[in-house]
Design a protein around this ligand. Sequence first.
Ligand SMILES: NC(=O)c1ccc[n+]([C@@H]2O[C@H](COP(=O)([O-])OP(=O)(O)OC[C@H]3O[C@@H](n4cnc5c(N)ncnc54)[C@H](OP(=O)(O)O)[C@@H]3O)[C@@H](O)[C@H]2O)c1
Length: 247
Amino acid sequence: MGRADHGFMKSNDVVLDVVLITGASQGLGLALARRLARRGHSLVLNARGAEALREASDELSRFTKVIAVPGDVSEIAEELAGHALAYFGRVDVLINNASELGPSPMPLLEEHSWESLLRIFRVNVVAPLHLAQLLLPGMRSRGRGTIVNITSDAAVNAYPGWGGYGSSKAALEHASRILAAELEGSGVRVLVVDPGDMNTEMHALATPGADLSELASPEDVAPAVLELLDGREAFARVEAQRMAVLQ
Ligand SMILES: NC(=O)c1ccc[n+]([C@@H]2O[C@H](COP(=O)([O-])OP(=O)(O)OC[C@H]3O[C@@H](n4cnc5c(N)ncnc54)[C@H](OP(=O)(O)O)[C@@H]3O)[C@@H](O)[C@H]2O)c1
């Protein structure tokens, strides 16, 4: 499959990919949505807070076709995928970006309630897989598609207090690797992207009181993710801030 065939590259004779982004009302999800909207991609946006999601949708509708589907990604996957397919007929790129940190301050594993652990795994692991399951039949039938799972360095480093979130991201990463192996030859790519530390609400919740002003902004990191979407690897795990495309 050549780049021009992939459909993600901006071209007059290629239909641009339809992209579904969870957690798209702020932070990295919104930064990605802004970049993609300016490139003309049709977008399906999701987050729980309907008002902020509507504001994002209104902003981006000036550039492209956008539908907003508010709700908890761990509860509305069928509705989200269903609206996307009913409106656009297909989803070519799924960006599983929404994530659950758990309580702030973050508890040690031996004190972390099982209800919270279940929720973290439901949002960070099961919901992304569920969305992939719902969208894969169309991707497989077209012989192309991309699933991007946003992970964290907490998936590979044993930070005390990050056990719920970190182990869920590790599970998401390994599920991504297995999914990629199962999708070999299908034309569907699986990308695991660690965006690195960013100055966002989630990071503020993870490190209460810390000065985040020196951290990268989501807008700094988004171009690296778009560059990955333009690539051809069937599977990759990438640390976005180590790529040379930071702007
Ligand atoms: N910030 C960092 O330093 C950092 C580092 C490594 C990895 N990451 C990863 O990067 C991704 C984006 O994080 P961020 O820092 O940009 O977060 P953020 O600024 O806090 O934004 C999170 C977005 O996800 C939505 N969201 C949260 N839970 C949701 C749910 N259950 N269902 C649907 N939407 C949900 C939020 O809106 P609502 O609250 O309205 O739902 C919001 O739009 C996450 O996967 C995170 O794990 C971040």
